[in-house]
Design a protein around this ligand. Structure first.
Ligand code: DAH
Length: 337
C-alpha cells in the first residue's frame, strides 16, 4: 500500500508539473470521491492495527503534497495568464492616434451662412418661402403676367398649370410684404429651379439670396450704401461697386451690380475675363405695382430689392470655373474649402 501511495504521489506531481496540465481533472482523478487516493484510503480496513496509522499518515502527506502542488500550479498559471494579458493589452499612450475622418460644411452652405451673417449684422432678418410655389407669387405678383417674355428666361418645372418650382427667391418678397407691415428688412436665401440643362455655368437647381427693404423714404442711395457695405465685407475693404442700368419687371429703376475684381483690382485678369469687374447681383427700387399688389401704398412707402446667386458669388470668390463641382460631392473638390 505504501508503494501504491508513493506511486500516486509521483504520478500526480508529475502530471501537475506538465505544462499543459488540466488541474481540475487531476484534482478529480486523485482527490475526488472516486479518485485514486480515496480508493486507497477505503482499502485501509484490511490493514493491521499497526500498519493503519502509518499508512494513514502517509496518505495524508500524499494528499497534502498533491493539494499544495495543485495550489501552487494554479497560482503560477494565473500569474502567467495575467502576464500574457498585460503584454497583449499594453497601450502605448504616446503613439499617434488613428485619425477619425470628419466632414465639414459644404462651400455653398458656408457662403450662405457668411452672407446671412453680413446682412444680419446690418439689421436684416431671415425670411423663408416655399420652393413649390404658386405662379402668382413667382410671376404675376412680381409684375410678370402670363406671356411676358421674362418667363422665357426663367422657364421652370411645373407641377400643374399654376403650381411650379420657384425660379427665383423673389416670390418671398411678395409673401413677406403681404404679411408684414413696413418697415421691412429681410433676406431670404434658398433653392431655386430652372429648366436649364446642366453645364459648366447652368444647373437646374441652384441657390439665391433675396433682399428686401421697405420703409418711408427709402431711396436708391440706401440700396447703393447697403450693397457697398456688403461688397466690402464679402470681397474685401478695397472693393468698389458699379451699377449698370438693366431691366427687371419687378423693379424700377433696375440695375445689374458689379464688384471690382478682387484679384486684379480693375486691371483685367483671368478671373474677371479681362473686364476688371465681376457681376454679382440684380437690384432695383421695388416697382409701385408690386407694392400695391401686396397691399402697400406706393405713395407712402418705397423700397429696394436685390437678388444674388450664391453659386455665382462662391465661384467668383474661389475662382471655381464649373458649377457642377458643387453638386458632385467629390471629396477632392470639397476638402479644399
Ligand atoms: N430674381 C432675379 C433673378 O433671378 C434677381 C433679382 C433682380 C432679384 C432684381 C431682385 C431684384 O430682388 O430687385 O434673375
Amino acid at each position: 500500500m505504501k508503494e501504491k501511495l508513493s506511486k500516486i504521489r509521483l504520478e500526480a506531481l508529475e502530471q501537475i508539473a506538465s505544462p499543459d496540465a488540466n488541474l481540475e481533472e487531476i484534482k478529480i482523478k486523485y482527490l475526488g470521491k472516486k479518485g485514486e487516493l480515496t480508493a486507497v484510503l477505503r482499502g485501509m480496513g484490511a490493514l493491521t492495527a499497526e500498519e493503519r496509522p502509518v499508512v494513514g499518515q502517509l496518505a495524508n502527506e500524499v494528499r497534502e503534497s498533491i493539494e499544495t502542488a495543485l495550489a501552487e500550479k494554479m497560482k503560477e498559471l494565473q500569474a502567467k495568464a495575467l502576464d500574457a494579458r498585460l503584454t497583449a493589452e499594453k497601450l502605448d499612450v504616446t503613439m499617434p492616434g488613428s485619425p477619425a475622418p470628419v466632414g465639414h460644411i459644404h462651400p455653398l452652405t458656408r457662403a450662405q451662412r457668411e452672407l446671412e451673417d453680413i446682412f444680419i449684422g446690418m439689421g436684416f432678418s431671415i425670411a423663408e418661402g416655399p420652393e413649390v410655389e404658386l405662379d402668382y407669387y413667382n410671376f404675376q405678383a412680381l409684375n410678370i403676367p402670363e406671356n411676358h417674355p421674362a418667363r422665357d428666361t426663367q422657364d421652370t418645372f411645373y407641377i400643374t398649370d399654376n403650381i411650379l418650382l420657384r425660379s427665383q427667391t423673389s416670390p418671398v418678397q411678395v409673401r413677406v410684404m403681404e404679411q408684414t407691415k413696413p418697415p421691412i428688412r429681410i433676406i431670404s436665401p434658398g433653392r431655386v429651379y430652372r429648366s436649364d440643362a446642366l453645364d459648366a455655368t447652368h444647373s437646374p437647381l441652384f441657390h439665391q439670396l433675396e433682399g428686401l427693404v421697405i420703409d418711408k423714404g427709402i431711396t436708391m442711395g440706401d440700396l447703393k450704401g447697403t450693397l457697398e457695405v456688403f461688397a466690402k465685407k464679402m470681397f474685401g475693404e478695397e472693393t468698389k461697386i458699379r451699377f449698370r442700368p438693366h431691366h427687371f419687371p419687378f423693379t424700377e429703376p433696375s440695375a445689374e451690380v458689379d464688384v471690382s475684381c478682387f484679384v486684379c483690382g480693375v486691371k483685367g485678369c483671368r478671373l474677371c475675363k479681362g473686364e476688371g469687374w465681376i457681376e454679382i447681383l440684380g437690384a432695383g427700387m421695388v416697382h409701385p405695382f408690386v407694392l400695391s399688389n401686396c397691399g402697400i401704398d406706393p405713395e407712402e412707402y418705397s423700397g429696394f430689392a436685390f437678388g444674388l446667386g450664391i453659386e455665382r458669388i462662391t465661384m467668383a470668390r474661389y475662382g471655381i470655373d464649373d458649377i457642377r463641382l458643387f453638386y458632385e460631392n467629390d471629396e477632392r473638390f470639397l476638402e479644399q474649402f
